[in-house]
Design a protein around this ligand. Sequence first.
Ligand SMILES: [Zn+2]
Length: 318
Amino acid sequence: MPRMAGLTAGVDLGGTKIQAVVLRNRATVGSSRVPTPQGGADDVIAAIVQAVRDSLSQAGAAAKDLRGVGIGTPGEIDADRGEVSLASNVPGFVDPPVPLGPQVSRKLGRAPVHIDNDVRVAILGEFKRGAGRPYRNFLGVFVGTGVGGGLILDGKLREGRGAAGEIGHAVVKDGGRECSCGRHGCLEAYAGRGRMEVRARELVRKGRKTDLFRIMEKKGRTRLASGVWEEALEKKDKMAEELVDEADRGRPRRSPGNVLRRPGREGHGAAPVRAGAPTDDPDHGAGRLLGRRGRGGAGRRLSGSAGRRLAGFRATGP
Ligand SMILES: [Zn+2]
């Protein structure tokens, strides 16, 4: 009998951090979190491999015990080739495509490596193990620097023409604010933290007052992270409230609820849940914000009614 049967590793590759976990029989037995190297693709790959090795050694195991590795990464994915491109936040992962899967595999004893887009795998995770478990149909929405989304219909994560459920680039205001994708009026241009920060800086240049950037510096941050917005809202900072209200107004009135809601099932408001590690408790999951029926009080990371409304997407029942 093999000494370490069934060890699998999962890696979340992000622009600022790399998080790895090792699982044995669905239980986390090792984990490692390191800052994403800013030098280039080779450094990033080396850091991923090291994070997996560190997690393995916590579990008293080594690369030869790995049955498989799954990596969630931003950007465009060629799953067959294991390549990533256009991940603008990860150094060296824009163009040409990086053969992330094959390289990590080679450095981890030829363990099979599967890669996919980070939002898609997070939504799959919520569907199988997290907040999405009670449902056959739901829209997962991740609000961060941008707004990512994915659609599960009839128990299957949809691809559509390649962007099913990508609600962040649904146009919510004709000719509206410029989006990171170059178009105007996308939801992400209002509700994504990246564009909210651009807007805040614009307003400060025009002479408006806000505590947002003072709070940012006090927290030792260089960007308006979630915690910065949270504190500003707690202190009732006018500009922060205004921008969150704008984000709320940008929320599509027709898209998610009406696409998913069955006739005769009006009124199932869904409180979103904020995510943690995979768990059996459906109140916690690997996503960040996901519609879930019938529970109040979520969205409390952004306090006050603006925060609750910002987070108020809907999902249908099972
Ligand atoms: Zn866009």
